[in-house]
Design a protein around this ligand. Structure first.
Ligand SMILES: Nc1ncnc2c1ncn2[C@@H]1O[C@H](COP(=O)(O)OP(=O)(O)OP(=O)(O)O)[C@@H](O)[C@H]1O
Ligand SMILES: [Mg+2]
Length: 250
């Protein structure tokens, strides 16, 4: 199995504060991959260096044979690497449908700027919106303004928006945060179905039972360094992970 994304010795500091301290990992598209670790471990900063929102100080991040470090975020997203944010973005007073259209339209604008104008753009956008909402079982909320959605459905909408651009690698930053425990199963199913449709996935989350359930492979980060990796069973039974990540003293 070859890696879709390979990070090697990635460093990122903010002033004297080292956020990512020599991270190396391979992401295999056949796995749903997770990145866990305590608050401030550097997880979001790593996503930011992958997506170009922060420029790594050194190291290499290769996606599909292309070096990402140094590329602008929009170029990285054009390569098919997209992410959600810890705090959902989008337009709260607009409906789910409208938010999806805006996300799709901005993707189209970019495509047009690059000279690949769609023939029937509006039709394409509508069809893509319908496809995603029905795949995700969200047809019932398409006319609901986003700020009226419960947190769980808002997270699903955020993921749906990112699917408009047909990503190859989707990075999810804390998708389960704020989601009602009764909706976590729905979120896991959604993530599995996105993965089965051929999108590679990497997930940051603090909800360990969710991560252990949905991920096939887990990397553990503490103070900017990877301290463990393995299958959910291996991570759940690792004494080091229990000590460093969960603060359990054995
Ligand atoms: N833009 C920034 N400017 C200065 N310091 C930053 C910036 N972004 C992150 N940091 C610092 O880098 C470190 C890693 O932060 P990061 O947000 O990556 O952690 P995290 O693992 O995502 O934590 P959490 O689980 O709380 O989201 C922290 O010490 C944080 O304060
Ligand atoms: Mg974070």
């Amino acid at each position: 199995m070859s890696a879709l994304l390979s990070a090697r010795d990635v460093h990122k500091a903010f002033g004297g504060n080292t956020a990512v301290d020599g991270m190396s990992l391979d992401l295999h598209p056949d796995h749903i991959t997770a990145l866990i670790g305590p608050n401030g471990a550097g997880k979001t900063t790593f996503f930011n260096t992958v997506t170009g929102y922060e420029r790594a100080d050194s190291g290499s991040i290769v996606f599909d044979d292309k070096e990402l470090i140094g590329l602008q975020p929009w170029r990285i997203s054009r390569l098919g690497v997209v992410r959600t944010f810890q705090t959902p973005v989008g337009f709260p007073s607009m409906t789910v449908w409208e938010n999806m259209q805006v996300a799709g339209a901005s993707h189209s604008v970019l495509r047009n700027m690059l000279g690949r104008r769609g023939k029937n753009e509006e039709g394409e956008l509508s069809a893509r919106t319908d496809e995603i909402l029905s795949d995700l079982g969200l047809e019932g909320i398409l006319d609901t303004p986003v700020d009226e959605l419960p947190a769980g459905e808002r997270k699903l909408m955020e993921i749906s928006r990112q699917l408009m651009s047909r990503p190859r690698l989707l990075l999810l930053d804390e998708p389960a945060a704020g989601v009602n425990p009764s909706s976590i199963g729905l979120l896991s199913n959604l993530i599995r179905s996105i993965h089965q449709s051929g999108v590679a996935l990497m997930i940051i989350d603090h909800n360990l039972s969710f991560v252990l359930d949905v991920a096939d492979y887990i990397h553990v980060l503490a103070e900017g360094r990877l301290i463990a990796e393995g299958t959910p069973d291996e991570i759940a039974s690792s004494t080091l992970v229990r000590q460093v990540y969960m603060g359990v003293d054995e």
